[in-house]
Design a protein around this ligand. Structure first.
Ligand code: GRF
Length: 259
């Protein structure tokens, strides 16, 4: 799934073609009809589809009734499940978000039904996903199969401008993260990370370039580990000195099997 230039998509296409990823891309989806990544897919003969989120959002603003909920969506349960909003979020804003995203996600699921796939890769896809979509893709809760790449060393700097936030904060190290997608924004279990040094001379553009070059290595490597069945989820809990228990699901990357 893409929204823009698709440089990560290109890195994955190339890795499939060189055999660094034992697999192939069966479709490319986008929320943005103008995403340059769609041209990359076409160039490599990969079928694609677009679900124009911006159009759905405009339609909802003009006439909410024209964006009905999917018949199998339980809004209350989904509102409770998602971690995209704090408990005190404005209900009107949450309703508009959920109504438009569920409508778009139902369309994406319809489009994806035409393909059989093992892993869904978000590659510069700039939309948050609701549990409605996530639960229909993660058919085995023990084996999540939606991956995302984020332009920062999570949990630092979640959100839409990881490299920019890193640069503006004055961090000395920047990086990127590949993680499984969960119900929050950029909060899922971390699969891999790469880091780079930031010098006083680096501009934001140079930081983005350093980061993207690492993304194009990291993402194919994480996808290949998934293909080799080397990614396992492990529930960890730590009881802290103050008696609180910190629980988190983490990813264990098994060593390569001796070939
Ligand atoms: C990348 O920095 C990625 O980390 C973020 O979106 C940016 C653009 O990605 N999610 P791409 O060139 O469209 O793959």
């Amino acid at each position: 799934m893409i929204s823009g230039g698709g440089s990560n998509l290109q890195a994955v296409i190339d890795a499939c073609e060189t055999g660094d990823i034992h697999g192939g891309i069966v479709f490319v989806g986008s929320d943005n009809p103008d995403a340059f990544g769609l041209k990359r897919a076409k160039r490599h003969g990969i079928p694609s589809f677009v679900v124009d989120y911006a159009k759905v959002i405009r339609r909802y603003k003009a006439d909410p009734a024209s964006v009905p909920l999917p018949v199998d969506a339980n809004l209350g349960a989904l509102r409770d499940k998602t971690r995209l909003f704090p408990p005190d979020a404005d209900p009107k804003r949450v309703k508009a978000f959920m109504a438009t995203r569920l409508f778009a996600e139902a369309r994406m699921i319809e489009e994806m039904a035409a393909y059989s796939f093992d892993l869904l890769i978000l590659a510069g896809f700039m939309r948050n996903l609701t549990p409605y979509f996530i639960d229909r893709i993660n058919i085995d809760p023990e084996l999540p199969r939606i991956m995302n790449i984020h332009p920062a060393l999570l949990p630092a700097f979640p959100g839409t401008d990881g490299y920019g936030d890193t640069y503006r904060y004055g961090s000395r190290i920047g990086g990127c993260t590949v993680h499984f997608v969960d119900y929050g924004e950029d909060t899922g279990a971390i699969i891999g990370q790469r880091a780079f040094e930031i010098t006083d001379r680096d501009s934001l553009e140079e930081i983005k370039k350093k980061g993207l070059n690492l993304e194009w290595e990291l993402y194919p490597a994480c996808i290949q580990m998934f293909a080799e069945g080397r990614l396992l989820l492990e529930k960890r809990s730590h009881t802290l000195k103050n008696g609180r228990t910190f629980r988190r699901t983490i990813v264990r990357c098994l060593p390569e099997s001796p070939s």
